[in-house]
Design a protein around this ligand. Structure first.
Ligand SMILES: [Zn+2]
Length: 343
């Protein structure tokens, strides 16, 4: 099969022929139609996070099961699937509670510890394939369907984690990024008043199109003052921070209204200070949200099937242009999401 192989970190893709994968016991093989090209896998490619090489990266797939191994019961040939990004054990106390991202026996990632979707075929353990609902329009937009397993499912999970309710005010830090844009969309879908915060004014039009009611240019104004002004001095109900440097985390926490919730998605992962007195007096929640569960992914695709949400994908390239596509991703030049069309 044709595959984009990375022989080492921070080297160009090698578009080459490799042996077709064969499903072993408990595994299945799928034919890949499209695979998302997000910042997470660009971090692998650039060597900013350790990965084992040679490697075929990519996990945001839209694919069709073509072979199932011995003992596989939950998949059938012909199923349309995406992947579950984390290699979790499926039987620890966290997995049993449907908290798979917190698996005690976490084994790494699809496209990092094992080969991923930048190839004509992908082999994964049975539980790392998630069957998509019938009636979802994957034929015409496989790239959109592929990226949704992260681009929409992650923001969808944040809504649940932060208990976002209709009519609340949600501010998104890093709103112009590939996940931020979709967080605006999902918060808008949930009936919230949505405020986009970013330092790149060039992204604000896309933020508004995605569902932002207001935009705040953090390179130009005091973010806390702007958020207080936009909320009549009450503060925001929910801050979602995709940047998570000290300054954004502290701004988000300080701008919270009574009973407010701050959610960090990791980002830079820096430390920050928050007053215990403020936490107490306003009954604030400081939350982390790590990836999604398979249930979150299934529910997100159900929303897509019903036509309630659909991801923004502005760059779709063939395998031959993977290198150029990743340069755009590296430079933050993509609005919404990017993807490779494989077949
Ligand atoms: Zn587990």
């Amino acid at each position: 099969m044709k595959a984009l192989v990375l022989h080492e970190a921070n080297t160009p893709f090698d578009l080459t022929e490799v042996p077709d994968p064969v499903a072993g016991p408990g595994e299945a093989v799928a034919k890949v139609f499209a695979c998302g090209a997000g910042l997470t896998i660009q971090h692998f490619k650039a060597g900013r996070v350790p990965a084992v090489f040679p490697r075929i990266i990519g996990h945001e797939i839209c694919a069709e099961i073509v072979e199932i191994g011995e003992g596989v019961t939950s998949l059938r040939v012909g199923d349309i699937v995406t992947s579950y990004f984390y290699l979790n054990c499926g039987h620890c106390r966290m997995c049993k509670r449907d908290l798979q991202p917190l698996c005690d026996n976490f084994g790494g990632y699809v496209g990092r510890e094992i080969d991923g979707g930048y190839a004509e075929y992908i082999k994964l353990p049975e539980k790392n394939f998630i069957v998509l609902p019938e009636g979802l329009d994957w034929q015409n937009q496989p790239a959109h369907v592929g990226v949704a397993m992260d681009a929409l499912a992650t923001p969808f999970k944040v809504l649940r984690r932060a208990r976002v309710r209709h009519g609340e005010t949600v501010a998104v830090f890093g709103a112009g990024g590939g996940l931020g844009i979709h967080q605006l969309m999902m918060a808008n879908w949930a009936g919230a008043r949505v405020i986009a915060i970013d330092t790149k004014a060039s992204k604000f039009e896309a933020c508004r199109e995605a569902g932002a009611d207001e935009v705040v240019d953090a390179s130009d104004v005091d973010v806390i003052a702007a958020l207080m002004e936009l909320t009549g001095g009450n503060g925001i109900d929910v801050a979602v921070d995709y940047v998570s440097v000290t300054s954004t985390l502290e701004a988000g926490a300080r701008a919270l209204a009574k009973a407010g919730r701050l959610v960090t998605l990791g980002g830079a992962g820096q430390e920050f200070r928050v007053s215990a007195k403020e936490l107490l007096n306003k009954e604030l929640d400081i939350l982390g949200s790590r990836y999604v569960t398979p249930t979150d992914i299934r529910e997100t695709y159900e929303l897509m099937r019903k036509g309630e949400v659909w991801p923004v994908v502005t760059e779709i390239r063939p395998m031959e242009e993977a290198e150029e596509l990743h340069e755009l991703v590296e430079n933050g030049a993509v609005t919404g999401r990017a993807a490779l069309r494989i077949a």
